[in-house]
Ligand binder design. Structure first.
Ligand SMILES: NC(=O)c1ccc[n+]([C@@H]2O[C@H](COP(=O)([O-])OP(=O)(O)OC[C@H]3O[C@@H](n4cnc5c(N)ncnc54)[C@H](OP(=O)(O)O)[C@@H]3O)[C@@H](O)[C@H]2O)c1
Length: 409
């Protein structure tokens, strides 16, 4: 055992955080149906019989059912030709019931994955892997964030980890985890603004970098890539790796991550377990993207303009990041997935809102509020716009408990 004060890491539970986000989504999906007769739809496409892929697809379909997302499942034989697959994608691209398409990777060797990926309508690319969506993320105007990296960002934000100015070190540079999480966290946005280093197998001295990390994100795909001597005291560790290292007597896979969990947790401030860390977040963020795709398709939110890119994902990020606690009364655990839509709900339903936390959060809320009011204004041709804004603020304040007031100009 090391000398000095022993640190007990906070366990960042992806299971719990995913559950929280799913509850929020369930509510939102029910409202979309009730108010707009809109049911988000996801098509999953699996080619071949890879057992792990079958498990993933099954789990995605089950989650759709649990949340009220419409799903279509296409399980194609391993000898499906590329042309047949492209024909199916073309059909799904045009299908209005389907807002998101997920092609389960890897595809059999005779199919060109890149060609298939490029064939997806970027508007339905809820995985966020299409080059259009990768590019939009790069320039800070994402329509969709890729699911696993978005899940990682949410784990950090919702655990109260400060990202602004943090030294983040990412081990792994894949297109599905390493590069996109680095990209997300270096954006000039709330819930990001980190200084990011990416390491890979050609990095000269990985430990030199990992020891500097305030936040270490590991997606290498190898057990014990990170050992205790490679991290500093007080680091926050996100272990993305999923490695099958054996089977239980009942035949269930034994999983471990890329980090030597038992040793590193003695030095870390917080750490994700495997399983139960990043894993449960990935499907949850897929559901979030599907809901978002449906709202974009229905024109309920707009695509990648400055306002919208602030509302998503910054809206969530900024408020939580600043330590705000926003919840509708009677549901103490609920945190709105999308602050913009929650303000719509507020104005529509006059639900009481409790606000506590940093004063910047109030400014942020007011910014969102004025966006909402801007929309109201646009719709109101008869009323003077400042009156519309004023009366909506009054309406909001009068609906609040007297202890909690939104104020400001
Ligand atoms: N929980 C989830 O939802 C989820 C989602 C996706 C992935 N995963 C898991 O995350 C892990 C990574 O997945 P991936 O798709 O990103 O893997 P990948 O495509 O195999 O990429 C691994 C990356 O790690 C780097 N790397 C490997 N060993 C290293 C080492 N010893 N030191 C430094 N860098 C090293 C590789 O460097 P080079 O580029 O130089 O080869 C590569 O960039 C896997 O275990 C996967 O199962 C989990």
């Amino acid at each position: 055992m090391r000398s000095g004060v022993k640190m007990t890491a906070q366990i960042i539970s992806g299971t719990e955080i995913a559950k929280q986000i799913r509850e929020e989504l369930k509510q939102e999906i029910a409202e979309l149906k009730e108010k707009h007769n809109l049911i988000p739809g996801l098509a999953t496409v699996l080619v071949g019989e890879d057992p792990a892929s079958q498990v993933y697809v099954k789990s995605k379909v089950r989650t759709c059912d649990a949340l009220g997302v419409y799903s279509e499942r296409y399980d194609l034989p391993a000898d499906t030709s590329e042309e047949e697959l492209l024909t199916l994608i073309d059909k799904l691209n045009k299908d209005q019931k389907i807002h998101g398409i997920l092609v389960q990777l890897p595809l059999p060797k005779h199919i060109n994955e890149t060609r298939v990926l490029y064939a997806l309508d970027p508007k339905k690319d809820v995985d966020g892997f299409h080059p259009v969506n990768v590019g939009k993320l790069m320039i800070g105007e994402p329509d969709y964030l890729p699911c696993t990296p978005h899940g990682i960002q949410q784990l950090l934000i919702r655990s109260g980890v400060r990202l602004e100015g943090a030294e983040v070190v990412v081990v792994g540079r894949s297109n599905i985890v390493g590069k996109p999480i680095a990209n997300i966290l270096l954006q000039k946005k709330d819930g990001a603004n980190a200084t990011v280093t990416i390491c890979h197998t050609r990095t000269k001295d990985i430990a030199f970098h990992t020891r500097r990390a305030d936040i270490l994100i590991v997606a290498a795909g190898k057990p014990k890539t990170i050992t205790a001597d490679m991290v500093k005291e007080g680091v926050v560790v996100i272990d993305v790796g999923v490695n099958r290292i054996g089977k239980t007597e009942s035949g269930k896979s034994i999983l471990c991550g890329d980090v030597d969990f038992d040793a590193v947790k003695e030095k870390a401030k917080a750490i994700t377990p495997v399983p139960g860390g990043v894993g449960p977040m990935t499907i949850t963020m897929l559901m979030l993207n599907t809901v978002r795709a449906a709202k974009l398709a229905a024109g309920l939110i707009s695509r990648s303009n400055a306002t919208e890119s602030k509302a998503y994902p910054d809206g969530e990020a900024s408020s939580k990041y600043s330590g705000t606690n926003i919840r509708t009364k009677g549901d103490q655990t609920s945190w709105p997935t999308n602050l913009h839509s929650s303000l719509h709900k507020l104005l529509g339903k006059s639900l009481p809102l409790m606000i506590s936390g940093h004063k910047d959060v109030k400014v942020l809320l007011l910014k969102f509020l004025s966006d909402v009011l801007g929309n109201l204004k646009a719709r109101s041709s008869t009323k003077d716009s400042s009156k519309t804004r004023g009366s909506a603020i009054n309406k909001l304040n009068s609906s609040l408990s007297k202890d909690y007031i939104i104020s400001g100009t």
